[in-house]
Design a protein around this ligand. Structure first.
Ligand code: ZN
Length: 344
């Protein structure tokens, strides 16, 4: 099969469109003929060699993918050749304490496609049948692939972990990012009021078009002062933080009593000072969240089919031009997902 590979760490130029043997499904596994793959920033980190994941070279990138069932190992039930499926990107053992509890995002033996094991920048991949989620009618392969990380992560953080309810006032940092813009849509669907921050007015305009009630350019405006002014001095119920660093530290001071901060990322600063006095006097909760369960992914796909949620796709490249897609992703000019179309 054709795949986009790399043999050594480096810039986009290390990506090589080449041939590798077709993967073969083992017992309980499905061969998926991929139609669409979606880029994530971590793809760049893996290619650059800064992610520190352990994998074999040549490596195939790609966390998110969608396609059709093209083959099955023994013991697979409930799927047929040709079924459209999205592949859950957290490969789990389905046999540990957490998998048995249905909290497969916490699997003790999990590995991520494209990070630890070959991913979706390829014509075919093999995945356990349990990981192949039927794509509902009306959802394209590109939309399905584009939804897994952003909507899955945002859903688990806001709904399962953050207990988002109607009427919540939510502050979303860096609302232009994939996960944060998905969080914005989920908050609006849930009847929350959303304050979004971003680095450019253009990103803020997009957020407003997606339903943000109030937006703040953090390069030109003091975020905390603007939040307190907008909320009449009350502060917010929920903070959705994909950033870490100062955004995380400063959020302490704009939460109401019983405020919840959901932390799902920290690329702007992983180790920060923390005001313990403010934290305990006002009954604030800091909540961590990572990936999502497969049930949650199926739920998100259903909401996309119903039109409640809508993945934003910025542009599409053929798989053979993945290097150009990487350059676009590194430029941070894309608002929405970058898709790779997989050839027949
Ligand atoms: Zn497990």
């Amino acid at each position: 099969m054709k795949a986009m590979l790399f043999d050594e760490f480096g810039g986009p130029e290390v990506l090589r469109y080449g041939d590798v043997p077709d993967p073969v499904p083992g017992p309980g596994e499905v061969l998926v003929k991929l139609k669409a793959s979606a880029l994530n920033h971590v793809d760049i980190d893996v290619r650059d060699g800064v992610s520190r994941f352990d994998f074999k070279m040549p490596h195939i990138l790609g966390i998110e993918g969608a396609g059709v069932v093209a083959g099955m190992g023994v013991g697979v039930e409930g799927l047929s050749i040709g079924d459209p499926v999205a592949v859950s990107y957290v490969r789990t053992c389905d046999n540990c304490e957490w998998c048995n509890r249905g909290q497969n995002n916490l699997c003790e033996n999990r590995r991520l496609f494209g990070e630890h094991i070959p991913g979706t920048y390829a014509q075919y991949m093999v995945a356990p049948a349990s990981h192949c989620l039927p794509i509902p009618e009306g959802v394209s392969f590109a939309e399905a692939a584009a939804s897994l990380v952003a909507f899955g992560t945002a859903w688990h953080g806001l709904v399962a972990r953050g207990q988002l309810v109607v009427g919540d006032v939510v502050l979303i940092h860096s609302v232009g990012s994939g996960v944060a813009s998905a969080a914005l849509q989920i908050c609006k669907a849930a009847g929350a009021t959303v304050i979004g921050t971003a680095s450019t007015d253009e990103k803020l305009e997009r957020a407003t078009a997606d339903g943000a009630d109030f937006t703040i350019n953090y390069n030109s405006t003091n975020v905390n002062e603007a939040v307190m002014e907008f909320t009449g001095g009350k502060g917010v119920d929920l903070v959705f933080d994909v950033v870490g660093g100062e955004a995380f530290t400063n959020s302490m001071f704009v939460m109401r009593p019983y405020g919840r901060l959901i932390s799902i990322g920290a690329h702007a600063g992983e180790v920060v000072p923390f005001d313990i006095i403010e934290f305990f006097r006002r009954h604030i909760s800091y909540i961590s969240s990572h990936t999502q369960t497969r049930d949650e992914l199926s739920h998100v796909l259903d909401l996309i089919a119903r039109g409640t949620l809508s993945p934003r796709i910025h542009s599409t490249f053929p798989l053979s031009e993945a290097a150009d897609a990487h350059r676009l992703m590194s430029s941070r000019l894309a608002y929405g997902k970058i898709i790779l179309e997989i050839p027949e």
